[in-house]
Design a protein around this ligand. Structure first.
Ligand code: DX5
Ligand code: ZN
Length: 220
């Protein structure tokens, strides 16, 4: 069994000390950088855009996992590839031609991810599961860090794991929103592979230590 991953969400970092926080993640036990891009249309918030991502990538030494919470993501696939994204995740709810979008992401040399909102049933992904490298199950409504975890997520993780096994797919399951040391183990036991954690890491007194604790919880 491959080791389970932690992806700190840079959204919760201190943007006035971004290089410091990026270097903290570099040195920590974290696996990926989770980067939230919000457009103020698909979600009711605007995070940051290309210039900030460019500067994060300049310092980051780990996988760049970009979560696009934007309408019409096809317009920016090449841009995010050129910026250095390794995984590009689009929202199921924002893609009219999801299969085409996934192929376009892979054609740019990135891994293709699909995020689903809390109201979206995992069964809607069955016909494209073999084309998806990562499914990001939103465990909060996207748009803001620091929200409470939605308990129905465990059921969705189990259902998605069944779909992946049934189709002999190698898709990773990522959980995004409200992840803490209280739900991490149960999420992994339900079938998750990657946990995103924003506030729980960055609002803690010792983020490096918090990442280490999360990694230990999910890999024991
Ligand atoms: C929410 C974002 C999340 C967020 C998670 O829209 O997609 O990645 O940063 O933050 P926490 O861990 O604070 O819920
Ligand atoms: Zn996210």
């Amino acid at each position: 069994m491959a080791s389970k991953r932690i992806a700190p969400s840079v959204l919760a970092a201190d943007f006035a000390n971004l290089q410091r926080d990026v270097e903290m993640i570099n040195k920590s036990d974290a696996d990926w950088f989770h980067i939230d891009i919000m457009d103020g249309v698909f979600v009711p918030n605007i995070s940051f855009g290309m210039p900030v991502l460019r500067d994060i990538v300049k310092h980051a030494t780990k996988t760049i996992d970009v979560h696009l919470m934007i309408v019409d993501p096809d317009r920016y696939i090449k841009t995010f590839a050129d910026l250095g994204s390794n995984i590009l995740t689009v929202h199921y709810e924002a893609c009219t031609h999801l299969h085409r979008t996934l192929q376009a992401i892979k054609a740019e040399g990135m891994k293709a991810g699909v995020a689903i909102n809390p109201h979206t049933n995992v069964s809607l992904l069955e016909d494209v599961i073999n084309d998806i490298d990562l499914v990001c199950i939103m465990s909060v409504n996207p748009g803001f860090g620091g929200q409470s975890f939605i308990e129905n997520t465990y059921k969705k993780v189990k259902q998605l794991r069944e779909i992946i096994v049934r189709n002999n797919a190698s898709t990773l399951i990522e959980i995004d929103g409200g992840v803490t040391n209280k739900n991490a183990k149960q999420l992994i036991d339900a079938g998750a592979d990657v946990l995103v954690a924003g506030s729980f890491v960055f609002k803690s007194t010792n983020p490096n230590q918090t990442i280490k604790e999360l990694k230990e919880i999910i890999n024991t």
